[in-house]
Design a protein around this ligand. Structure first.
Ligand SMILES: Cc1cc2nc3c(=O)[nH]c(=O)nc-3n(C[C@H](O)[C@H](O)[C@H](O)COP(=O)(O)OP(=O)(O)OC[C@H]3O[C@@H](n4cnc5c(N)ncnc54)[C@H](O)[C@@H]3O)c2cc1C
Length: 394
């Protein structure tokens, strides 16, 4: 049998691609190596702009509504920036991803769980997909198989140095201690090179983690995680043994193509993760929607020019990811300076919240920060020097 589209992986990217394409009447087969619901290491913060683009409600699986963040620097100098309006929702990925996969099934996609894609072979008019159970034939293959994607290995140049390494633990946490953390995230700068630590409250658990760019972290991610947990008062007495390592394939500005002939990549498989705070769920879902638009049009016209998907991603997603990359370079190269900017102008983050609500462009937020630096260089320099001596004196 010849499928219109095979999707490898059923995380947010793959499930969205399968849902959109099956809704348009295409003959879709989707695989995931895991049986759902399955665990996926993730802070689980779904930004408000995801709610704007998903065609169905997902709040039945939201564990908490987020109104802002308490920022800290090496677990000190807290700056709460809490908004009146929500900025996002916290989910457990087992339930969230299961919901998206069920929507794909209801739309008519054939779904095979527990079946791993092992390799692909491109022919002139179709692609052969080899899985743990058999060999299948498709007109177009969508690689949505995440950070370690088998499919994108065939079409992208993967540089392992251009990834963040992360450790995440899901900690059962109830009662009054959780109530105090609800509605807000905790983000700690300065605890790992080129990255940050977090505590995100969910229904009956906390996501506790740390992530930093792999060539700066130099294999010491566990050590940084241990130090972060020791310093963080809200975590005292909790058992962090159930922790998981993962990579985060953040966007790097090479402008590389994410298609080749009849194969394309979406989400993490296409390295579409925001390099500032690591948001990936929105980009996974949005890239899958853009891919589904092009794939359905090409199949209807019996043409297979997937470059149009590259062009759409370049026009819509790359400008945002580029601005996030510039911001990431500024923040993580000079975390002390960044923290002083935040301390002197916490309201700046309201402008970031508008970005993750989908009400403002990332480039606008970056420009706001640069203009603050330019208008008050001396004030910031003095705060920076004071902050430096304060941290040395500790
Ligand atoms: C520790 C951590 C914290 C994060 N926190 C956040 C956050 O708070 N908010 C946010 O927006 N983003 C966050 N991210 C990023 C986010 O998790 C990813 O960007 C997002 O999951 C990407 O979705 P995806 O569908 O592309 O890939 P995935 O969610 O990784 O899904 C890929 C799927 O493919 C399957 N698969 C893999 N290989 C194969 C194969 N060979 N055959 C078949 N199936 C296969 C996997 O089982 C999986 O189900 C975080 C990432 C990490 C690691």
């Amino acid at each position: 049998m010849l499928y219109d589209v095979i999707v490898s992986g059923l995380g947010p990217a793959g499930a969205t691609a399968a849902y959109e394409l099956a809704s348009k009447g295409l003959n879709v087969l989707a695989f995931d190596k895991e049986n759902f619901p399955r665990y996926k290491p993730c802070g689980g913060c779904v930004s408000l702009k995801v709610e704007k683009i998903l065609p169905f409600d997902f709040k039945s699986v939201a564990e908490d509504t987020t109104y802002g963040v308490v920022f800290t620097y090496r677990s000190k100098r807290p700056i709460p920036v809490i908004s009146r309006k929500p900025v996002g929702y916290n989910v457990n990925r087992d339930r969230f991803d299961n919901l998206l996969k069920e929507k794909a099934k209801q739309a008519g996609a054939a779904v095979r769980e527990g079946e791993r894609v092992k390799g692909i072979e491109e022919c002139d008019d179709y692609v052969h997909v080899k899985t743990s159970e058999g060999i299948y034939k498709t007109r177009i293959l969508i690689g949505a198989d995440g950070a370690g994607s088998i499919v994108s290995r065939e079409i992208l140049e993967f540089n392992p140095k251009m990834c963040a390494v992360a450790i995440e633990a899901e900690i059962p946490f109830e009662g009054e201690r959780l109530a105090a953390l609800k509605g807000r995230l905790l983000i700690d700068f300065g605890c790992i090179p080129h990255g940050y630590g977090w505590v995100f409250p969910k229904g009956k658990n906390l996501s506790v983690g740390i992530a930093g760019i792999s060539d700066k972290v130099k294999g010491r991610v566990k050590e940084y995680f241990g130090d972060f947990v020791k310093r963080e008062k809200s975590l005292s007495g909790l058992n962090m043994n159930d922790m998981h390592g993962w990579t985060i394939p953040y966007f790097h500005d090479t402008g590389q193509r994410i298609t080749k002939a009849r194969v394309l990549a979406v989400g993490d498989a296409a390295h579409l993760v925001d390099p500032f705070l690591g948001e990936g769920i929105y980009y996974a879902i949005r890239s899958a929607q853009l891919a589904a638009k092009i794939v359905s049009e090409e199949i209807k016209n019996n043409e297979f020019d997937l470059n149009r998907y590259d062009e759409l991603v370049r026009a819509e997603l790359y400008p945002e990811l580029r601005a996030a990359a510039k911001l990431g370079r500024l923040v993580y190269s000079f975390p002390g300076l960044w923290y002083n900017i935040l301390e002197s102008e916490p309201s700046l983050m309201e402008s970031y919240y508008d970005v993750i609500r989908g009400e403002k462009k990332y480039e606008g937020f970056y420009k706001d920060i640069i203009s603050r630096i330019k208008t008050r260089p001396w004030k910031l320099a003095i705060r920076w020097i004071k902050g430096f001596f304060r941290s040395k004196g500790r």
